[in-house]
Design a protein around this ligand. Structure first.
Ligand SMILES: [Zn+2]
Ligand SMILES: [Zn+2]
Length: 218
C-alpha cells in the first residue's frame, strides 16, 4: 500500500476501477450463440464452426474483451497483483449469472497448475469464484477439479493448438452425479479450457456444466 489507488484503466485517483470506466465496459446484452456465448451476428456461429465445444453445456460472459476497460481490469487482477479488483468484477459475474438464469448447484474456479499458483501466489479465478459464491449464495469447490499438467500460456496459441494443449489437462476427485456445476474463469477465448474442465467433470458424473467468464475474447 505504498501508492494510493488509481483506476487501472484511466488512472483517475482513489479507486481501482472508476465509475466512468465501469460504465464504459461493453456488456454483452445482444443475442449470443447458445453454446459459446459469442455475440451472434448470424445464425451460424463462426467460432463454433471452427472450434466445436463438446462437453460444456454453454458459456456466458459479462463483457467483450477487446478495447474495453474490462481488459485492463482483468490484466491487473491477473498479472499486477490487484486482487482488490475481484470484488467489483465478481459483481459483474453475479449480474451475468442472474441475467442468464444459470442456476447452478456448485461453483468451481478453473484451477491453475500448482507451479503457476506458486509463481502468482493466488488463482484469480478462485478469488472471483469465492466473491461470486457469496453474492449468489452458492458453495465454491476448489478441491474437486485440478490440473494434472502445466499447459503454459494459451494466449499465443491458435484455436487448434489450444484445444490440443488443454485436452486431458484436468482431472477430478469424487463422484459428482446429480449436480449442476458452474465453472468460473476470467477470460474465454475459444472455450477449449472450459470444455476440457467440463469433460473431466462429466466423466465423473456431473449432470450439467456451464461456464461463466468476465470477458469473451474473439
Ligand atoms: Zn477509470
Ligand atoms: Zn458459438
Amino acid at each position: 500500500m505504498l501508492f494510493p489507488p488509481a483506476c487501472v484503466h484511466c488512472k483517475a485517483p482513489n479507486v481501482w476501477l472508476c465509475q466512468n470506466c465501469k460504465s464504459g465496459i461493453f456488456f454483452i446484452t445482444s443475442i449470443v450463440c447458445p453454446r459459446c456465448g459469442t455475440p451472434a451476428s448470424s445464425p451460424a456461429c463462426t467460432q463454433c464452426s471452427t472450434n466445436r465445444l463438446h462437453y460444456i453445456d454453454g458459456i456466458r460472459s459479462a463483457a467483450v474483451f477487446e478495447d474495453n476497460p474490462m481488459r485492463s481490469a482483468v490484466h491487473h487482477l491477473k498479472y499486477q497483483g490487484r486482487k482488490v479488483l475481484a470484488s467489483s468484477l465478481a459483481e459483474m459475474l453475479a449480474e451475468t449469472y442472474r441475467y442468464y438464469n444459470l442456476n447452478a448447484d456448485v461453483i468451481i474456479p478453473v484451477p491453475l497448475h500448482r507451479t503457476r499458483l506458486k509463481e502468482r501466489g493466488y488463482n484469480q479465478s478462485t478469488l472471483l469464484a469465492k466473491k461470486l459464491g457469496r453474492l449468489v449464495g452458492l458453495p465454491v469447490d476448489t478441491t474437486t477439479l485440478y490440473r494434472t499438467r502445466d499447459t503454459g500460456q494459451q494466449m499465443a496459441l491458435k484455436a487448434q493448438q489450444r484445444r490440443h494443449n488443454v485436452a486431458g489437462a484436468f482431472a477430478c476427485r469424487g463422484h459428482l452425479s446429480g449436480l449442476k456445476f458452474l465453472l468460473v474463469d476470467d477470460v474465454c477465448t475459444t472455450g477449449s479450457t472450459l470444455d476440457a474442465c467440463a469433460m473431466s467433470l462429466k466423466m465423473n458424473g456431473a449432470d450439467a456444466v456451464w461456464g461463466l467468464t468476465l470477458a469473451k475474447a474473439t
